[in-house]
Design a protein around this ligand. Structure first.
Ligand SMILES: [Zn+2]
Length: 156
């Protein structure tokens, strides 16, 4: 399942990426281009812009219309339409929050002098984005999301 998240929902795009879902996001793109991209790449549009939603419907694009303000409730709206499974949160399947690329495991030795010593000492697993080379470790993006997913499960 591939997503295209509209400019107003950057936080949702980031969370979907950590959960391992391919989610394109552009802070500045016009609606026609967005619709074309969704069509060409078979992406589900996630948006809270009703003008965009109306256009997407005319083009028969699958979509999730976000109406809530709260992020947990917004996620519940997504789950209701897409039936995404949120069981596994792992650095191995997470995508880069910055560019949506896949990440791959990287050994501590390769990171010597490249990230703060304290981070190296207190973490065992590291990943590197294959696209923009951003480095990730569990403390950064996995643990916060585990808590978020736990809250969603309590509500769903
Ligand atoms: Zn990246």
């Amino acid at each position: 399942m591939l997503f295209l998240v509209d400019a107003m929902l950057g936080n949702i795009a980031k969370k979907l990426r950590v959960l391992g879902f391919d989610s394109e996001y552009f802070s500045n793109i016009d609606d026609s281009k967005l619709i074309e991209k969704a069509k060409n790449e078979n992406r589900i549009i996630i948006s809270r812009d009703h003008h965009l939603i109306e256009r997407a419907i005319k083009h028969n694009i699958l979509l999730v219309y976000i109406t809530k303000e709260n992020e947990i409730e917004q996620f519940l709206e997504i789950l209701k339409i897409t039936h995404l499974q949120l069981d596994e949160i792992s650095g191995d399947s997470a995508r880069c929050t910055k560019c949506n690329s896949l990440t791959s495991k990287i050994s501590k030795l390769e990171l010597e002098n490249k990230i703060p010593q304290g981070v190296l000492e207190y973490n065992e697993k590291f990943w590197k984005c294959v696209g923009c080379h951003q480095i990730y470790w569990e403390g950064t993006h996995i643990k916060n999301l585990q808590e978020f997913v736990r809250k969603i499960k309590l509500k769903s």
